[in-house]
Design a binder for this molecule. Structure first.
Ligand code: MN
Length: 322
């Protein structure tokens, strides 16, 4: 998906400063952002209170939206650099096309993982016809410096590993949990797991204590370490946890996100992750000039998302001011 805010703010992310060095319970209600003309999403990261969780730098949650009789999701070609997009549907169906020639439709339980690396452009649209309800999460992972210029790639994993116990069904999108490892390519130590809870489930999930973690209530409401997490909100968990107790009184879903604290400082603006403002401004100019990001088949030359205006202040990561 694209950050379609007309004047997106620059975000200076990363570094160990904001990482809680111990377990915490910090509820992030998120904020509502309107994308394009109709679609509303809840933005959980980055927010004022929290910028990253491990390498996870951007978390939008949307729906359930009734898209019957509408054209649903319509995100026309737009660029990315220096990140991975992780698309995860709870309900509905999305048709992905990109400048590598990928042309894939995916649904709930399937991982659509795009490594932007050096640069890619893509579109995401509801297919015709499409299911009535649309609900899911759009997540971005920042790539570490050593791999952020890697060749772009798209992976579609229709079947993912996982495990079940005591009313919990875990599906591993990224990294490993409970002995199950995702086939998705990860560029830094991380985890992303869908936790589906049956009514009355009360279970402990193993965690990597060196990771920073958070959970997003992607469907319904759950209780995490005694704290209620309402649908569409996120609970930041800090570091140093070996287990996580999750329970639910009604069927619900959580998205567990985590990873090694992201030590590098990054600049994120619009759909780009870079290291300095000038670099990001350069990506913007290349997109506007039709360079670097290729072409998505099936769209006219002018049928693309224009870059918003660059903010006037040059962006530099914190702590690197000269
Ligand atoms: Mn996108």
């Amino acid at each position: 998906m694209s950050d379609l805010e007309p004047r997106p703010s620059p975000h200076l992310l990363g570094g160990l400063g904001p990482v809680a060095p111990r377990p915490v319970l910090d509820l992030l209600p998120g904020k509502t952002v309107t994308l394009g003309e109709r679609m509303q999403v809840r933005r959980l990261l980055p927010t004022l209170g929290r910028r990253m969780v491990g390498p996870w730098a951007f978390v939008d949650h949307y729906g359930p939206d009734d898209v019957a009789g509408t054209d649903g999701m319509q995100v026309i070609p737009h660029p990315h650099t220096g990140l991975q997009t992780v698309s995860w549907l709870i309900e509905g169906r999305v048709h992905h096309k990109d400048s590598l020639g990928s042309d894939v439709s995916f649904g709930p339980g399937e991982l659509a993982l795009m490594t932007a690396g050096h640069g890619i452009s893509h579109s995401e649209q509801s297919p015709v016809p499409h299911p009535r309800l649309l609900q899911g999460a759009q997540l971005w992972v920042a790539l570490p410096d050593a791999s952020r210029d890697t060749a772009p790639a798209f992976e579609h994993h229709a079947a993912l590993p996982g495990f079940s116990s005591d009313g919990l069904t875990a599906t591993v999108l990224m990294g490993s949990l409970g002995g199950a490892t995702s086939p998705g390519t990860a560029w830094s130590p991380m985890v992303g797991v869908d936790l589906a809870l049956e009514a009355g489930a009360d279970v402990e999930v193993p965690l990597e204590p060196g990771f920073e973690h958070a959970v997003l209530a992607s469907s319904g409401s759950s209780v995490v370490e005694g704290a209620p997490v309402e649908h569409g909100s996120m609970l930041y968990l800090g570091t140093g946890r070996r287990t996580l107790r999750v329970s639910a009184s009604a069927p619900s879903r959580l998205l567990l996100l985590g990873g090694e604290p992201f030590e590098e400082q990054i600049v994120m603006w619009w759909n780009f992750v870079g290291r300095e403002g000038d670099e990001v401004a350069g990506f913007r100019e290349q997109w506007e000039a039709g360079e670097r990001f290729g072409h998505v088949e099936g769209f006219e030359d002018g049928e693309r998302t224009p870059a918003p205006p660059m903010p006037p202040v040059p962006l530099k990561p914190r702590g690197r001011e000269r």
